[in-house]
Design a protein around this ligand. Structure first.
Ligand code: NAD
Ligand code: UDP
Length: 357
């Protein structure tokens, strides 16, 4: 196993990556993040060196990267509530700063595994081109394929797309570095990973508006209504974060299969509307606590303007094709959404809940 540089190692995906990789004493990880709050248990490990603070302010960054075999870049601002309210920071983080890592990898001859996003696909062809927005059930109009599907972002004033646009430009920059400077790359497009330690619980672990899992978890813990933006009709597919980490392990173990390719990582079998997600989370909370009262928590409609402010827009649907990961990496996601939510909510209730499990 190689020496791995992990930028953003203290975040949601990074912390699960460390759980899986540091268990192998042959792996060495150099990690960077603002804070180690989610990875305190790993700090003393002999095969892990942590560099706190801003990645881009560190004088020895390039020297450290040069000692690694592969650079995994997760570091980003990736919270939808900021795409329309802090678009300058979002573009800075997801393109202007992130490209410095890609440039360094090209200079140093290092393999870069860059986390992009499923959001680069934007809204589906079905959304743009068919009257009902559903594509009349034709999968070609909503499935997202790495090689074929166009990337359909909304207008500039829809600032929601600042993130997707910055990530798309980063992908194009990396691809050009490959073509013109010989950079070896892998681009990963995550489709809504779920699991413990995602984001923060507002009022308990931070302030602001996290992604949907933490919003709903927080509402359940506080026994408050679950807010459904624009009725919760948007659709997502969800993947267990542990299975995403397994895909990453396979990429690193099979460089000839993974290099110079783009991979969707998601689980098409786990599709639901956001309303469906809210209902399932209520049911799961009732099951794990044995308290049927959770079934009665209201789901309240809230407009996108009220919830996120001006400039928000939504991805209507994210249905990945994952043939490349299946065939090239021999990766098989199998965990169903009920099981993912059970594990995630058990963790949240154990840590924060009024109920002892
Ligand atoms: P996260 O916010 O939990 O993790 C990102 C980490 O990067 C954070 O811990 C943050 O502190 C760190 N970071 C950012 N800028 C930094 C800087 N300048 N210096 C030091 N640390 C910095 O997010 P995540 O869910 O783990 O996502 C990781 C990557 O995957 C991101 O690039 C994101 O765009 C992409 N992604 C994730 C998902 C998902 O389902 N989780 C979906 C689409 C894309
Ligand atoms: N959403 C919601 N209620 C919330 C938070 C989010 O209905 O409390 C919706 C949001 O509008 C989107 C979906 O849930 O349709 C997923 O949002 P998330 O922030 O997790 O990120 P995304 O998948 O859009 O990148």
């Amino acid at each position: 196993m190689p020496n791995i540089a992990l930028l953003g190692c203290g975040g949601f995906i990074g912390s699960h990556f460390l759980d899986a990789f540091l268990a192998d004493p042959d792996v060495r990880v150099e990690g960077w993040d603002w804070t180690p709050a989610k990875i305190m248990g790993h700090l003393g490990r002999p095969n892990f060196r942590f560099h706190p603070g801003n990645i881009y302010g560190q004088a020895d960054l390039e020297e450290r990267l040069s000692g690694c075999d592969v650079v995994v870049s997760l570091a980003a601002i990736c919270n939808p509530s900021q795409y329309n309210t802090k678009a300058l920071d979002v573009i800075d983080s997801n393109f202007i700063q992130a490209r410095l890592i890609a440039d360094a990898c090209a200079r140093l001859g290092k393999w870069l595994i860059q986390f992009s996003t499923s959001e680069v696909y934007g809204q589906t062809l079905a959304h743009w081109a068919t009257a009902d927005g559903q594509g009349n059930g034709d999968p070609a109009l909503y499935e997202m394929d790495e090689e074929e599907t166009p990337l359909l972002l909304g207008p500039v004033a829809s600032q929601r797309w600042s993130y997707a646009c910055a990530k798309q430009l980063l992908e194009r920059w990396i691809y050009a570095l490959h073509k013109e400077k010989g950079l070896d790359f892998t681009i990963v497009r995550p489709f809504n990973f779920l699991g413990p330690r995602m984001d923060f619980l507002p009022g308990r672990e931070g302030e602001g508006l996290p992604r949907v899992l933490a919003c709903f978890t927080s509402a359940l813990l506080d026994r408050k209504p679950l807010p459904l933006v624009d009725g919760g009709s948007a659709r997502r597919t969800f993947l267990a974060v542990e299975e995403a980490v397994e895909a990453l392990r396979l990429m690193i173990a099979k460089p000839a299969m993974a290099r110079n390719r783009i991979f969707n990582l998601g689980n098409p079998a786990n599709e639901t509307t956001i309303r469906g997600l809210a209902e399932l989370m209520r049911r799961t909370a009732a099951e794990i606590t044995g308290d049927p009262g959770y079934h009665d928590l209201p789901l309240t409609d809230v407009s996108a303007l009220e919830f996120y402010g001006e400039g928000y827009a939504d991805s209507d649907r994210r249905m990945p094709r994952i043939d490349k990961a299946l065939n090239l990496l021999d990766w098989r996601p199998s965990m169903g959404l009920p099981e993912i939510l059970r594990r995630t909510l058990e963790d949240a209730f154990r840590t924060h809940g009024p109920v002892r499990l």
